[in-house]
Design a binder for this molecule. Sequence first.
Ligand code: KG4
Ligand code: ZN
Length: 327
Amino acid sequence: MVTLGIESSCDETSVALLDDQRILANKVYSQLEHAAYGGVVPEVASRAHLEKIDRLAAGVLAEASLTIGDIGLIAVTDSPGLAGALLIGVGFALGLHVRHTIPVCGINHLEGHICAILLEHPAIGFPFLALVASGGHTAIYRVDDVGTYSCLGRTVDDAAGEAFDKVGKMLGFPYPAGRAIEEEARLAGSDAVPDFPIARMPGAPLNFSFSGLKTALKYYLNADAARRTRAGRPVICKAFQEAAVRSLVNHCVEAAESTGIRRVALVGGVACNGRLRDEMRRRLGSQVFFPSPSLCTDNGAMIACAGFNRSKRNLLRPPHMDPGGTL
Ligand code: KG4
Ligand code: ZN
């Protein structure tokens, strides 16, 4: 079955076509419009989605040499995300649904990130644990099947990617800063770095908190002007990255121990981070899986994959806009 996947929850407009779980085309427009503002501006995002979405849809059809009549299912992100941004994707999907009578299914964005693992590791096997670490969300799920998720812990304040982005802003990197911080940290080589504390939540050991780390780093930077300079930045980036990675990996190890589930999928934009991938592998061994970087960040293929798997299980549901929804 051919599934059209549509993603527009934040600042990536993406449309993809899958043949079952095989990617036929996956086009992503990352909105550069926000760079000047240091963060995503909701109205700017909606407008940019509207300008790009139909050309992306035409583009994937052309790339796959298919027509609208070949599409068996439309899957669209309907929660969580920016209301105006979600509305563009959902409106576009419903337009196609009404005009061409193609079934349409709403997809939770976090479910999409989790299903990204099935595109390249279809035999991962259930149950598995999924660490979703992105710019807007950080949580660990037990995944018993597509459609059956239990949240074992989530962040009580910033998301991991948000912490990367905010630290990047303090250091003068453009938004989003995750990749730049990783590259800068590499320049520190094997230099010793300050040990920043990572929070532990009493009574909820699998919950995350990144705001304390961000504040500790801010005080550290403010104590000595040299630390913000070009020469000082690699050590700061490495220290921050080490602490953030330690927090993410420790939580996954604890979740694996407490559930007895050793298979772990690492998904979401932060899963692009090489240091995180290496540490996860070192601590959890060969049972750690991650998507290719282009499938970690927001994309339509992961949404289509969630839709295809829902359809196989008779779990299709109409889109219902829910900007604040969780998984
Ligand atoms: O999944 P995603 O594209 O969007 C959301 O759903 O939020 O994730 C984007 C986030 C940004 O915060 C970005 O800084 C972070 O992923 N990111 C990284 C890396 N590449 C992207 N964080 C750390 N290291 C990276 N290499
Ligand atoms: Zn995302």
